[in-house]
Design a protein around this ligand. Structure first.
Ligand SMILES: Cc1ncc(C[n+]2csc(CCOP(=O)(O)OP(=O)(O)O)c2C)c(N)n1
Length: 325
């Protein structure tokens, strides 16, 4: 399906590849392409990280990347600021797939050795940290302490009319005083001397252990709140790739003054639905590691294997051709 010069299927394939690489970074220390049945020995000894926010990051990044590569916008580029820096493995997957990580790190080759390297070294002493950090190419906001992403985005756009800054804000992060007060910056912007800031609120409904306030508001209430700050809210469903691309197109339309995207996903989407009888996908239990006992519990290991297989990574990468997105 092509429209706006964009291959929607390619965006979806890219999201699948990045989701796979995200889960592989969280869990695997071996058997990265699932060439044999997954065993306890393939699982990292200490499972760290945050899965729940990652699929949404992969969706937002893939859509932005495709939008800025389409034939109308290819002379432009975007800078991505990630509020929930705990979703680092997703950001890393995107930087890896695009070859941006390779520019900063010669070991991150876009082949099986590179996949091994990013997976083994995620959240590892002397390797990559668990959160976005200054060693991550392009990162100017760590996101470990939530709330600053929007303010940093305006700072980066200040005096740089050529910049397009897309900033992903968690709905939990959006409850902080810092994020909310940064919403007022839109009133100080908008001159020709500054770049464009596109906030994308990641409405996945949950923070660490509870629903977010914004998920408990009606869509009408949330949109009115955002309008009240001086933005034009545009709601997109993360699964609707065509809708996402149309929304990005609308952000270019003068009729949409100060566009603000609300991106809806289910927390932990594409991950396990239930573990030990408890709802995980679309619940706060997806926030960190959904299968904590995967190294010792056969049932959890099986769920992990099926989860990884569900992305059909073999259709997206092979050792001879590399990525075939
Ligand atoms: C200022 C601050 N308060 C609390 C935390 C602890 N914390 C880490 S992740 C998280 C939940 C974040 O929720 P959200 O912003 O919605 O991100 P997502 O659900 O996409 O992970 C919280 C509260 C933090 N990192 N920073």
């Amino acid at each position: 399906m092509f429209g706006l010069g964009i291959d929607y299927g390619r965006i979806k394939r890219r999201v699948r590849a990045c989701d796979y690489l995200t889960v592989a970074q969280l869990f695997l220390k071996d058997n990265f392409l699932l060439e044999r049945p997954l065993s306890f020995d393939d699982i990292k000894p200490r499972l760290l990280g945050h899965w729940g926010t990652c699929h949404g990051i992969n969706v937002a990044y893939a859509n932005l990347k495709a939008f800025y590569q389409n034939e109308y916008n290819k002379n432009d580029d975007f800078q991505f600021i990630l509020g929930p820096g705990h979703g680092f493995p997703a950001l890393q997957a995107n930087l890896f797939i695009d070859g941006d990580l390779l520019k900063a790190n010669p070991k991150a080759k876009r082949n099986l050795d590179g996949i091994k390297y990013i997976c083994k070294n995620f959240s590892w002493p002397d390797g990559f940290p668990s959160h976005a950090s200054p060693m991550t190419p392009g990162v100017i906001s760590e996101g470990g302490e939530l709330g600053y992403a929007l303010g940093i985005a305006y700072g980066a756009a200040l005096g740089h009319p050529e910049r397009n800054i897309a900033v992903l804000i968690g709905d939990g992060e959006f409850e902080t005083a810092t994020a909310l007060s940064s919403m007022n910056l839109v009133k100080l912007f908008g001159t020709e001397k500054n770049g464009k800031v596109l906030p994308i609120l990641h409405l996945n409904g949950y923070k660490i252990s509870a629903p977010t306030v914004y998920a408990r508001k009606s869509e009408r209430e949330l949109m009115s709140l955002i309008r009240g700050f001086g933005y034009t809210p545009i709601v997109v469903d993360g699964d609707d790739t065509e809708g996402f691309q149309i929304a990005l197109e609308e952000t270019r339309d003068k009729a949409y003054e100060n566009p603000f995207i609300i991106m809806k996903t289910a927390k932990g989407e594409t991950g396990p639905e239930y573990v030990n009888g408890k709802k995980v996908e679309g619940n706060f239990l997806a926030h960190q590691i959904p299968l904590k006992e995967a190294k010792t519990d056969k049932e959890e290991l099986n769920i992990l294997e099926n989860w990884l297989k569900s992305y059909h990574f073999e259709e997206l990468f092979n050792e001879t051709e590399g990525f075939t997105l």
